[in-house]
Ligand binder design. Structure first.
Ligand code: C2O
Length: 485
């Protein structure tokens, strides 16, 4: 069930009854990457307990985290020196490269005997922020500059190449290099993200228009839109494509590639900038752009190791104010975000013999969306409670099928892992501005289906039976109603 306090709108209850049984769906005839199930990394034990972080304990200056491309030559040298020193730290130390990389695997059920999972959930953002914070401290202390060393971010939305320092020289002489990467990207090409998606440069600004955390960042046990794409899509496009998808393409090994930390610094930047839209005069409803207030979100606590090798623990609540508590900042967004918040709910009917979710909409609502299109408003399709069956991972296209047409809406990406993963759910948001007229043409309602994408190939047959708990279209509110309040 979706906790309704994080869903913003009116018609949720109408559709809640459709949710029954969604989580239990099991599907035959898949290629669930079963071969991976025998491939867990060998991990040290999960840290537990430790000294609790106290806000205010970190009194270092608040330092800007920069884009990799904005680093000076000497800053790049320091970064390379830090990763070199990390790699040179003996493996027995908890601050070593191997043990730090395995921490990630430990927290995503990729190690034998461990059951934690901080992906596919609202813990995704705060856990990775905490993980980066402690690794940043370890790297900083290794180069003798704990005060000022900050991780740079890989801003693939501005430049989708792998930054040069991470690929040349392309050998172990380069501490930022990794052998298991997509050859095109490693050779200086662009990230080969999924074709049916808009480019990363458009996807990130679109994400900022999604003002509710549930859709943007997920719920308890539900993956948010950002975690699927761009986060997951960039992972799989960076790693090696054939199974076992190492390194970035496999949750168990992803943090073994130094680019992981800059990929996640960028995700962290996007979350930070998203939060900063709260309270701007954008006209979004109250509570927009805010993190969940639920104690189940804020009280989640995890253990890590600090730069002295001590076990420490930190809560989600401790990391929310990264400037004051974790002592780093990002440059603000350079454009004004206009949230999409006029909502039109789809009926999401399911008829026997179960053709999949349908998107019929009333005439009044259809006209509202067409009017919005007419005044140049973008249109988003938000799908909440999209089921992902057990052990399914990889990249999928969600497409609308009408009698004579197949309309690609966007992708769902579940980063593969080595171990069994249970059934999961996702909340997704797609920019459907360019296909809204076809999608909503009155003759036949569109049916949504999910297709596996392998490399550039989209499968012809649906990957699994798609179950969605709630669907709605969002457009920008008309200027006249803005003025009248
Ligand atoms: Cu913990 Cu990008 O995955």
């Amino acid at each position: 069930m979706l906790p309704s306090d994080h869903l913003t709108r009116k018609n949720f209850l109408t559709h809640a009854s459709l949710a029954t049984g969604a989580a239990a769906i099991a599907v035959a005839g898949l290629d669930p990457l079963a071969a991976l199930a025998q491939d867990p990394p060998t991990c040290p034990p999960l840290p537990t307990g430790g000294t609790a972080f106290v806000p205010g304990q970190d009194t270092r200056p608040i330092v800007l985290r920069k884009a990799i491309s904005a680093l000076s030559a000497s800053e790049l040298t320091t970064l390379q020196g830090a990763f070199k020193a990390l790699r040179d730290t003996p493996e027995a130390h908890v601050q070593s490269w191997k043990q730090q990389a395995d921490l990630h695997a430990l927290y995503c059920r990729q190690c034998t005997g461990v059951a934690t999972q901080i992906h596919f959930s609202w813990s995704f953002f705060p856990w990775h922020r905490a993980y980066l914070y402690y690794l940043e401290r370890i790297l900083g202390s290794l180069v003798g500059d704990l005060e000022n060393f900050r991780l740079p971010y890989w801003d693939w939305e501005d430049d989708a190449h792998l930054p040069g320092a991470y690929r040349t020289p392309n050998s172990t002489a380069n501490s930022l290099w990794d052998a298991s990467r997509n050859p095109g990207l490693a050779g200086g090409g662009l990230l080969e993200t999924i074709d049916s998606d808009p480019p990363l440069s458009a996807r990130v600004p679109f994400l900022y228009t999604i003002y509710d955390f549930a859709t943007f960042g997920g719920q308890a046990g539900v993956m948010g839109s950002c975690e699927s794409d761009p986060h997951g899509d960039v992972h799989t496009a960076t790693g090696l494509t054939p199974p076992p998808y190492r390194d970035m393409g496999n949750l168990g090994y992803a943090a073994g590639d130094p680019i992981f930390f800059s990929h996640h610094a960028n995700i962290d930047k996007i979350w930070s900038r998203w939060n900063k839209q709260a309270g701007t005069s954008s006209g979004a409803p109250p509570g927009s752009y805010q993190n969940p207030a639920s104690p189940a979100f804020t009280n989640a606590r995890w253990s890590f190791y600090d730069e002295n090798g001590n076990t420490v623990s930190i809560s989600a609540n401790d990391v929310l104010d990264h400037e004051n508590n974790l002592r780093y900042t990002y440059e603000p967004l350079r454009f004004v975000v206009q949230p999409l918040w006029e909502i039109y709910v789809c009926k999401l009917l399911r008829y026997p013999p179960d053709p999949g979710p349908l998107l019929p909409i009333t005439e009044v609502e259809r006209n509202g969306i067409f009017e919005a299109l007419g005044r140049g408003s973008p249109v988003a399709l938000v799908l909440q409670g999209v089921s992902v069956p057990e052990d399914v991972s990889g990249s999928f296209e969600i497409a609308a099928i009408r009698s004579d047409q197949r309309i690609a809406l966007g992708t769902l990406t579940i980063v593969p892992g080595g171990m069994t993963m249970g059934a999961r759910e996702a909340n997704l948001a797609f920019d459907v501005t360019r296909v809204a007229r076809e999608l909503l043409a009155s003759a036949t309602p569109a049916r949504l289906e999910v297709f596996r994408v392998t490399g550039k190939e989209v499968a012809r047959a649906p990957a699994y039976k798609l179950i969605i708990q709630h669907a709605e279209f969002r457009t920008r509110r008309a200027a006249q109603s803005d003025a009248s309040g």
